[in-house]
Design a protein around this ligand. Structure first.
Ligand SMILES: Nc1ncnc2c1ncn2[C@@H]1O[C@H](COP(=O)(O)OP(=O)(O)OP(=O)(O)O)[C@@H](O)[C@H]1O
Length: 492
């Protein structure tokens, strides 16, 4: 999903995929072959088809950034009327929410308090204080009635108070996860499936799903429902780039669904990304599961360093400045350090930390003026961190500063926090022009750079020597990382 060039001419194989008359089409597209390009063009073609059929053309992807990328390409190429209602480009979460709304309005399901419209949050963090507990509040389905319940987890984790959850739900507020769990339970009912199929048939003529290999079982049920409801369904994806097993993605189920529902496959082969022959050869070997060796390089030779985990990036060369502390967990200290990191990445690369907004949410800081007030004070803390100030003192100053704008409480002692400040200090002591951004494979998916350094550990090198196996997620992460560069990838 690199910066699109609206003037590019589609290749023959891209044109065949975009214009395919098949109602159930699967476009398999390896890295850089134009997955996003094809999704956007097929959306436009279906949208502006000469037809008296006024039902919607909908394109979906899984993340907001991927959805925005398709939307931008559609707007650039086809203009704003492409998105005149009911045609739309949304996340799969939004589509799932719309299906649940329909079930509420048609009274097949009943929300506590009788709500027909819901306010759906990304997470409870921004709305209610987090607690650590074994018990997690959930929504259950009893007949057609949705009701709050509790599940007991095997480990304590961040959650919210049961009572607060019940109040919010009775006011019509919930999270996308709640919406998904209710719809998944509701789809067990034949009546619900029939109603949703009728709704889809009446309102949608074409559904295009990008990155289909990131779909979980509920997503795949929605795809099956749409295909059986007679919609034109286009699935676009690459089985080698499925990375979201940890979020419930079931890439191994996608070919089964496609066989079962009779999808026709159209493959793209040519990549427009790899501009030098050694990189093209490397990526070809990887995809053919042949043994491959990645040459060692130095951080100074690359535009970005990629690794599987944020921790690995922090533990590598200090010239690598990772764009996140770790995946957001809502903890105070991690969020506070993320705000410091964001100032550093902004100064070095002109971009904020990846989870800066999540950090503000976790700290309950939503007012833009509060953010503006914090900036110079955080900068002062960074200046003392760059010097010789005791790290405990820096941590205290950071907590005190955040407390002036946040009602959340800082924990008393936290060794991890001191280690994180030490990591920032090591980078602060280097000149900005020596720093190189570090990203995880997940964050790098869909993106491209001229020169990419991949942080390889011994098991990775072994996997490469033996040939990658695309049924293993760790191998797919390596594959995604090694296919982001236009020029030859290096091991760092
Ligand atoms: N027909 C074409 N001619 C020239 N360049 C193209 C063509 N199609 C796509 N590209 C360019 O190739 C690059 C990759 O395209 P795109 O991002 O759509 O690929 P992708 O399959 O989504 O990549 P990935 O799988 O790695 O996410 C972009 O820079 C895009 O502008």
């Amino acid at each position: 999903m690199a910066t699109p060039d609206p003037r590019i001419d589609l290749s023959r194989e891209q044109l065949l995929a975009v214009g395919s008359p098949q109602a159930r089409l699967y476009v398999e597209a390896p890295p850089g072959s134009g997955k996003t390009t094809v999704s956007a063009q097929r959306f436009g073609l279906h949208r502006f088809a000469r037809t008296a059929d006024h039902r919607a053309v909908i394109a979906v992807s899984f993340t907001r950034s991927a959805t925005a990328e398709i939307r931008n390409r559609v707007l650039e190429h086809w203009g704003p009327t492409a998105l005149a209602w009911p045609h739309r480009i949304v996340t799969l979460d939004t589509l799932v929410h719309q299906l649940l709304n329909h079930l509420l309005r048609s009274e097949l399901l009943q929300w506590p308090g009788g709500h027909l419209e819901l306010r759906v949050l990304d997470s409870w963090q921004s709305h209610l204080p987090s607690i650590y507990a074994f018990n997690r509040p959930v929504l259950e389905l009893h007949g057609n009635r949705i009701a709050p319940g509790i599940v007991r987890e095997s480990r304590r984790g961040p959650t919210i108070e049961q009572e607060a959850f019940e109040t919010a739900v009775s006011e019509g507020t919930c999270t996308h996860e709640d919406v998904r769990s209710v719809l998944a339970a509701a789809l067990d009912s034949h009546t619900v499936r029939t109603e949703l199929a009728t709704f889809l048939t009446r309102s949608v003529r074409s559904l295009i799903i990008d990155e289909i290999f990131d779909a979980n079982l509920l997503d795949l049920q929605v795809v099956t429902l749409a295909a059986r409801a007679g919609l034109a369904v286009t699935l676009v994806g690459d089985p080698w780039q499925a990375l979201y097993g940890f979020r419930g993605a079931r890439p191994e189920q996608v070919p089964i669904l496609m066989d079962h529902e009779g999808f026709t496959r159209q493959s793209l082969h040519a990549s427009f990304r790899f501009t030098d022959e050694p990189q093209r050869l490397l990526t070809r070997r990887l995809r053919r599961k042949e043994p491959a060796v990645v040459d060692d390089g130095d951080v100074s030779q690359v535009n970005v360093v990629l690794a599987r985990k944020w921790d690995a990036l922090w533990d590598t060369d200090p010239r690598v400045l990772p764009l996140a502390i770790r995946s957001p967990s809502g903890q105070f200290q991690e969020a506070a350090t993320t705000l410091l990191l964001s100032l550093m990445t902004d100064r070095a690369f002109g971009i904020g930390a990846v989870f800066a907004n999540d950090a503000l949410t976790a700290l309950g800081i939503t007012d833009s003026q509060a953010i503006t007030r914090l900036q110079p004070r955080l900068q002062t803390i960074l200046d003392s961190l760059a010097g010789d100030e005791d790290l405990d003192a820096v941590r205290n100053a950071l907590n005190t500063t955040i407390a002036t704008e946040s009602s959340r409480k800082a924990p008393k002692r936290d060794r991890t926090h001191i280690a994180r400040l030490e990591n920032l200090r090591a980078r602060l002591r280097l000149p900005d022009d020596q720093l190189v951004p570090g990203l995880t494979c997940h964050q790098a998916k869909g993106r491209e750079w001229d020169r990419v350094g991949v942080h390889l550990e011994e098991p990775d090198r072994e996997a490469l020597r033996a040939g990658l196996d695309h049924t293993r997620e760790t191998h797919r992460m390596l594959y995604v990382a090694l296919t982001r560069a236009r020029l030859l990838s290096l091991a760092v």
